[in-house]
Structures are given as C-alpha cells and as structure tokens.
Design a protein around this ligand. Sequence first.
Ligand code: PEP
Ligand code: MN
Length: 356
Amino acid sequence: MNFESILLPGIDSKRPLVIAGPCSAESEEQVMETAQQLAAEGIKIFRAGVWKPRTKPGGFEGMGSVALKWLQRVKKETGMYVAVEVATQKHVYEALKYGVDMLWIGARTTTNPFAVQEIADTLAGTDIPVLVKNPVNPDLELWIGAIERLYNAGVRKLGVIHRGFSTPDKNVYRNIPQWHIPIELKRRYPNLPIICDPSHMGGKRSLILTIAQQAMDMNYDGLIIESHCSPETALSDKEQQLTPSALSEVIHSLVIRDSIQSTEDLSTLRGQIDELDDKIFELLSKRMRVSREIGQYKLEHDMPVLQTTRYGEILQDRVQQAVKMDMSSEFAKKILEAVHEESVRQQLVVMELARK
Ligand code: PEP
Ligand code: MN
C-alpha cells in the first residue's frame, strides 16, 4: 500500500504530531474554553467526540451534530484543525458537511467489517486524513483489514492509532499496550504513520507521561491525548483527561530521541547480540535433540509423551531462576511454554515415525 502524508497544511513533520481535546464535546462553553487554552499551548489539532460509543446504554452518548457547529467555531476562532470520531455513514456526511479536517475510526468500530466498509464507501472520492484505532481485541489482521478497506476505497491519507487492547484481567492499564502488535504492523507497513493514545491505554492521568515517552522511544509519529478545561466535571473519561496546561507539561517533558546514526559502539553491541542469538539457537537445537531421545525412550517403554507434573515443576523452578536473573516471570513463562510445545511436537514426530 502506498500511503500519503496525513500532515495538514502548516503542520510540520517534527515528532510528535499532537492531537488534543476532550473525550466528548459537552457544551459550547466547554469546547471553546478547552480549545482556546489548548491553542494558547501551541496545539494545532483539536479532537472531540461528537458521537460517543458507550459500552452500555444510559451513559453520555455525545451531543451529536449540534457539536459540529462548535467545532466550526473552534476552527474559526483558534485556527486549529478539528478531528472527530465517525462510526456510520451519517457521521461521515455530517462531519464533511461541517468542514471537519480529520477523522478517526474508534476501537469498537474497527472490530466491525460492515461498519468499516460503510465508512470506506462513504469516503470514496474525498481526501480527508483518516486514522484507524486498533480493534478492542488484539487482532492485527482485523486492524489491517480495516486499513485495506479504506485504502481500496481510495483513501490514501491513512494513519493508525494504538490505544491498547481490552483484557478481562485486572491490570494497571485500562487497555494493555501489547506493543508487539503495532510493532509488527510497523514492520509490515513502515510508511504508515502511527499515533499513540496514552489516555485510553492508561485510563488515568498518572500513566500518560510514561506511556507517551515509551511511544516516542519506539519512534511513534504522534500522540492523541484527551484534555478538558475541567477534567473533574467531564461527562466521560474524567480520570484520564488532563487540563491543557498539564497536557502541555507532558509534551514538554518528553525526550525525543531522533538520532538514527549507528555509532561504532552500537554496532559492536549489535554484533554481540547476533552472536548471542546464534548461541541461543544452537542450544535450542541441542535441547530438541535431547527431547527426541527422550521421545525414543518413552516409545520403547510405552510411556505417554506428556507428563504434566514434571512440566509444572520445571516451569516453577525455571521461572524463579529467571526472576533472580532480572527477567520478568511473564517472559520466562512464554519462553518455557514455547520450548515445551516444540519439545512435545518433536517427541510426537518420533512416535509417528516409529509407526510408519
Ligand atoms: C475516544 O477516542 O474517545 C474513544 C472512544 O476511544 P476508543 O475508540 O479508543 O475507545
Ligand atoms: Mn474517551
């Protein structure tokens, strides 16, 4: 796919591209007050939810089209560009009619190919930039599918927003990052701009700076952050919204590491990594050879391949050992599970060959 830049006229390509504004447009006063304060902090793109997808009915569902008039006022009086979330054909028509400059597709909508197709068809022939949030579930193909639907309809100014993934487990995050998913997306489409949404990822103000810094360290292009003139009275997402001045502080404390120059030291370190990776694979291959020998032994003694108590003990011991060696227990578990799975597969191959 050949993407075109999402940068609007007058916006430079210096990282991070910042989009900021309230979760929801609640009233003309709240929108104007927030917008004026953000403009004074140098923000160039104003976000506001006009139609809000709520998990359950009865919550604040956004003000609807009337709020688009307030956004027109924001454009006129502050000079900022405005961005809204669209989920249906009607939203797209309305947003375009009122001169919205940028659209995004929300996480719940990205999960639904019918909705994405409808939006894509409606956008055919326009050239407004569109940002696609990751789907709520960690499904990279579904995310890419949404991008492809828009691309196939002729939308070229495309970008993505990483807002984290929903999980049933209690977690410090509202939506866990699972950084490997957007990293894989970036590997496949290096020219697709990627923006982080630390507000919906963290779910609370205290996490926003840390997440935003991590995104910058991973070379993300931009940030979309919720900001409200009076967060404590916000009608949605009040725990995660920052005042415009707090938002500005976050942006100014970010350290942007832009050097891509590979120094002598770095190439020596990379050389060490390559050598160590080779050793890891050599060891794994030895490990698998021993597994096959065990398979052979079990075959000759009529023993089953899987002996769960032994595996449980190994897992526990090794994880403890890994933690002592400064690795996370999650990482150790993942590695051991993968090694075990491959071991079992190799033993099953031994059994299968014996049967032939
Ligand atoms: C939002 O940006 O206000 C929003 C609803 O986000 P998400 O789609 O990521 O939940
Ligand atoms: Mn929100």
